[in-house]
Write a protein that binds this ligand. Structure first.
Ligand code: 9D3
Length: 258
C-alpha cells in the first residue's frame, strides 16, 4: 500500500518543501505516499492557544506542553486508521535520538509499504514534556550530531529518504539500489559536456567507449574517494579481489606507501 505519513508541527507550511518540488512531489502525485499535517495549536485548550510553557526547575527556553501534542497525535492516528494503515508508529525527531542511517531508512520504507503509518512529532523550543514521550513515542531519531532549529527539516529529510526507496518513486534512469551507501562506497565523480571546461579535460577513460574500462575507472575513483574522506566505511566493508588490486594501485599513486 501507499506510504502514509502524518506530521505534528506548529509550522505546517514548511512541508511545502516536500510536497511542492521534485521527486517527492511526483511520487505524491503518483499516489505512492500521502501526508497530513496536524498543528498542536489547533488542539490547545487555553484561551491563548499556547503550546509551550516554562520548564519546571527553571532554565532558559520553553517546553512543549503534553496535552495539545497528545490530542494532535490522536487525530493523526485516527486519520491513519481511516487511510487503511494496520499500525501507527510515533517517531519523535530529536537531538537525543538514535542517529538515522541507510539501513533504518530501508527498513522504514519496507514497513510503510507493509501498512505501518508513521506519525512524525516535530519539536520546537527546548523540546517536549518527557511524559508525552513516555506515553506515546515509540522511537526517537536524530539526523546527526549538529543542531537545527526544530524537528520539521528532520522529518522532511526522513520522509524524503523513505520516499526515494518506494518502488516507482525514481525514474527509469535512476534506482535506489544504485545509490551510494548501498555499495558501502562514496559515489565517483561525474562529468558532462564540454570535453574541456576551464582548461580541465574529462578523464580519458570516460571517453573511451570501453564499458569494462569505464566501470573499472569509476570503481577505482569511488574507492579512492572513500579512502580519503570516509576511511571508516572501508574498514567496515570486505573488498573483492578486483577492489583489493585497485586499492593497491591507489596507495602507490597517492602516497607511495604500501
Ligand atoms: C541545549 C540543549 N539543546 C539540545 C541539544 C537544545 C535544543 C537544540 C535544538 C533543543 C532542540 C533543538 C531542535 N532540534 C531538533 O528538533 C532536532 C534535531 C537536531 O537539532 N539535531 C539533529 N537531529 C535532530 S532531529 C530534531
Amino acid at each position: 500500500m501507499k506510504a502514509v505519513f502524518d506530521c505534528v508541527s506548529i509550522f505546517p507550511e514548511m512541508f511545502a518543501a516536500l510536497t511542492g518540488s521534485g521527486i517527492t512531489r511526483k511520487a505524491q502525485e503518483a499516489g505512492l505516499w500521502s501526508l497530513a499535517l496536524w498543528n498542536p495549536r489547533d488542539y490547545a485548550d487555553n484561551a491563548w492557544r499556547t503550546v509551550d510553557d516554562r520548564p519546571y526547575g527553571g532554565g532558559p527556553g520553553m517546553v512543549m506542553r503534553a496535552a495539545p501534542l497528545e490530542a494532535a497525535i490522536h487525530a493523526a492516528r485516527a486519520r491513519q486508521q481511516a487511510a487503511g494503515v494496520t499500525k501507527s508508529r510515533v517517531i519523535y525527531l530529536s537531538p537525543q535520538g538514535v542517529p538515522l542511517n541507510h539501513a533504518s531508512v530501508v527498513e522504514m520504507a519496507a514497513d510503510t509499504r507493509a501498512g505501518v503509518g508513521l506519525v512524525l512529532l516535530c519539536g520546537r523550543y527546548e523540546g517536549v514534556d518527557e511524559r508525552l514521550i513516555e506515553r506515546v513515542v515509540e522511537e526517537e531519531i536524530s539526523i546527526g550530531d549538529f543542531v537545527v532549529s526544530g524537528g520539521e527539516l528532520a522529518a522532511m529529510l526522513l520522509m524524503d529518504a523513505i520516499i526515494r526507496q518506494l518502488p516507482g518513486a525514481l525514474g527509469d534512469a535512476a534506482s535506489a539500489a544504485e545509490d551510494s551507501f548501498v555499495s558501502g562506497l562514496l559515489d565517483c565523480p561525474h562529468y558532462t559536456r564540454p570535453e574541456v571546461y576551464a582548461g580541465q579535460a574529462v578523464p580519458e577513460a570516460l571517453l573511451s567507449g570501453d564499458h569494462a574500462r569505464i566501470r573499472r575507472w569509476r570503481l577505482k575513483a569511488s574507492l579512492a574517494r572513500t579512502r580519503k574522506r570516509r576511511p571508516e566505511l572501508l574498514a567496515q566493508r570486505a573488498l573483492s579481489a578486483e577492489e583489493t588490486q585497485l586499492m593497491t594501485e591507489i596507495r602507490l599513486e597517492q602516497c607511495g606507501e604500501q
